[in-house]
Design a protein around this ligand. Structure first.
Ligand code: AMP
Length: 264
């Protein structure tokens, strides 16, 4: 059957860097990911380019914009994680909440503390996430500063997601993008938890996501710090190649109307 272009779904994604392309040593500025119909591509391409040029980390001199049709039959639908919020008095207090939440999720104490320490002492920002064993804290991927880059995900209803977040008083792109990404990450069976804080110097909130919820924690770093990163804590013997394939290539839409119900 011939389908109209307007019915098709496309992955549109951007990554940008300064000092050349990432693979040539440039430093990461920003990235973005959406899955949309053809009618939205032009507007989103413009917004993504603008984002690369106006980021708090500087003006990108390399931008890669990729647009690719996705086979609708391959789209997977997933529930969105619910949100919890922890406001703390200091970075140390925020990081204590990180450890407590990781332990509750089944991460061993030494792996939780070791992971936190790794993220806090990264010499350069990675482009993606590192994978750590939830029992030993040993790094299981061999992807260096690239790590795993979660891709091909979006919400199934952008306007509903915006309203749902606003009713819980969450505004801005950070939380919207993070919860969509975390919902995909935690949907991989062997992922036990995710830890993240942004490399945006003006954004000090981070999060721990578990199978049960996404917990925003403020602050997880000092204002002005341009260091951030992500860790996926996984069960021992996780098939890292399979996990990478799923997180980078499987297109997913998160939302499920049940997740919104209690707010409307
Ligand atoms: P951000 O929250 O965008 O500031 O990103 C914080 C850190 O998470 C970055 O420094 C990267 O190490 C990592 N990261 C950013 N985007 C992704 C992604 N799509 N998949 C995996 N890790 C990412």
């Amino acid at each position: 059957m011939n389908r109209e272009v307007s019915d098709m779904v496309y992955s549109i994604r951007m990554r940008s860097s300064k000092g050349g392309a990432h693979e040539c040593g440039g430093s990461h500025i920003s990235g973005a990911e959406r899955l949309v119909g053809a009618d939205k591509l032009k507007e989103l391409a413009g917004l993504m380019i603008e984002r690369a040029f106006t980021h708090t980390k500087g003006r990108a001199d390399f931008i890669r914009l990729t647009i690719e049709q996705v086979e609708e039959e391959k789209l997977k639908r997933l529930p969105l994680l619910s949100i919890k919020n922890s406001e703390c008095d200091s970075v140390a207090a925020g990081r204590k909440v990180v450890v407590d939440t990781l332990l509750e999720a089944g991460v061993a104490p030494s792996a939780a503390r070791g992971g936190l320490e790794r993220l806090a002492s990264l010499p350069v920002n990675m482009r993606g996430a590192m994978v750590l064993c939830c029992e030993t804290g040993v790094r299981l991927d061999d992807l260096g500063d690239r790590g795993i880059r979660v891709s091909r995900m979006d919400s199934d209803d952008e306007e509903l997601l915006r309203q749902w977040l606003e009713r819980q008083e969450y505004k801005g792109l950070h939380v919207r993008e993070a919860i969509v990404l975390a919902s995909k990450v935690l949907s991989f069976s062997d992922v036990v938890a995710e830890l993240c804080w942004s490399d945006d110097p003006e954004y000090v909130t981070g999060y721990v996501a578990t199978k049960q919820f996404y917990r925003r924690i403020t602050p997880l770093k000092e204002y002005g710090s341009a260091r951030g990163g992500r860790i996926f804590f996984v069960k021992p013997h996780t098939d890292i190649a399979e996990m990478k394939r799923y997180l980078e290539e499987q297109p997913v839409l998160v939302g499920y109307k049940e997740a919104w119900r209690e707010y409307f």
